[in-house]
Design a protein around this ligand. Structure first.
Ligand code: HEM
Length: 370
């Protein structure tokens, strides 16, 4: 598609698909011509919006200048420098999780990659530890999709999602009200004490952090172990022969957890020779852009030492992932500690099942020795 039809209108889905790095990059950075406001989608995609779990108005679905207000109050907290102070706590939480793994076999997804980001974001938000299980149930329901292998219907999934959304909204509203005069340094207190946001927007912010930060990081961790094992470099990463951070960047490029992002054209524009009309829906394929030969040498090869590696797995432009520095620290700490803890680790790469939401795996069974 990149070569033959890089800007392609799909009749069935009634939307444009973009496959080239430059086109995807253009659409994400030109927020004047391409909006993130999903309420501006035409009828063709209205059901998508509903099914995509779009909730309250948050930074991710708002354009500048309002976007600056919704993101500005928290930006500082997610800067690498600020997060560095938090790294010892991430290490402690990771260690506790690793302590719970016993036997000689475990599911890397269920027992490590899923819980780790939830525990960390719950801690950053200031969710009491005893509510974490409930919290995870809610976040699962918010991202659930009907699965062809199970009997749950679209309607059931949607109902569960709405219920989880309401319960979680009520829970955050309570915590925000309790903390509106608080002095704690958790993110709920930060949101509760800012004059910039309405209470609704504060609730939306808390829910967005859950939605945006959990399953994405889960799949980065899973895809990382998958890539490392597939290319037989797990030991080289353990010993430092291959740079861990750089290898994680290559995982982000090669198996990007989020494969596509949507925008809507707000005016008629031309893109690589195609006329796109105001109101048209556009899907930019990050996965395809990240393997564009115009941009990357040998793009289909997994090269853990690739440098520079200007992938757009975290998006680009004003909506560039707020949590990217956090996700990077989490992945770095996770692999440093995991490989330090387990003398050998071997993942079973036969019969891998893809997940249905992002790019990742349902499970990744590992044998290990301590
Ligand atoms: C590997 C893990 C992650 C990946 C691949 C990822 C990917 C992305 C992408 C592609 C976007 C751009 C969305 C758009 O342009 O429409 C985004 C935005 C965002 N991400 Fe992440 N993300 C990850 C982890 C996290 C974490 C850990 C958090 C928070 C704790 C987070 C919070 C956000 C937020 C709040 C936005 C919206 C930013 C804005 O609209 O200004 N993400 N992320």
């Amino acid at each position: 598609m990149r070569q033959e039809s890089p800007v392609h209108f799909d009749e069935q889905r009634e939307r444009w698909d973009l496959f080239r790095y430059d086109d995807v990059n253009r659409v994400l950075t030109d927020h004047d011509s391409f909006t993130s406001d999903r309420s501006r989608m035409g009828t063709a995609s209205a059901s998508d919006t509903e099914d995509g779990g779009s909730i309250l108005q948050t930074m991710i679905s708002v354009d500048p200048p309002d976007h600056n207000r919704l993101r500005g109050f928290v930006n500082e907290r997610f800067q690498p420098g600020t997060l560095r102070d938090y790294q010892p706590r991430i290490e402690e939480l990771t260690g506790t999780l690793l302590d719970q793994i016993d036997g000689t076999t475990f599911d890397f997804v269920d027992e490590f990659a899923v819980p780790l980001p939830v525990i960390i974001i719950a801690e950053l938000l200031g969710i009491p530890a005893e509510r974490r299980d409930q919290f995870k149930e809610w976040s699962d329901a918010l991202i659930a999709r009907p699965d062809d292998r199970s009997t749950t219907t679209v309607k059931q999934v949607r109902e569960r999602r709405q219920q989880a959304q309401q319960e979680m909204g009520r829970y955050f509203a309570e915590l925000l009200a309790e903390r509106q005069n608080g002095t704690g340094d958790d993110l709920i207190t930060l949101a509760a004490t800012t004059d910039e946001l309405t209470r609704e927007e504060q609730i939306g912010f808390c829910m967005l952090l859950l939605l945006a930060g959990n399953i994405t990081t889960t799949n980065l961790l899973t895809n990382a172990l998958w890539c490392f094992e597939e290319h037989g470099i797990t030991d080289a990463i353990r010993t430092g022969k291959i740079d861990r951070k750089q290898a994680i960047e290559e995982v982000l490029r090669y198996r990007s957890p989020i494969q596509s992002l949507d925008r809507i054209a707000v005016e008629d524009v031309e893109l690589s020779g195609q006329r796109i009309q105001a109101g048209d829906v556009i899907t930019g394929w990050l996965g395809a852009a990240n393997r564009d030969p115009e941009r990357f040498d040998a793009p289909e090869a997994f090269r853990p030492e690739r440098s520079p590696n200007r992938h757009i797995a975290f998006g680009t432009g004003v909506h560039y992932c707020l949590g990217a520095p956090l996700a990077r620290i989490e992945a770095d700490v996770a692999f440093e500690m995991l490989l330090d803890r387990f003398e050998t680790i071997e993942a079973d790469l036969t019969d891998l099942q893809p997940i249905h939401s992002l790019y990742g795996l349902e499970s990744l069974i590992c044998h290990y020795e301590v």
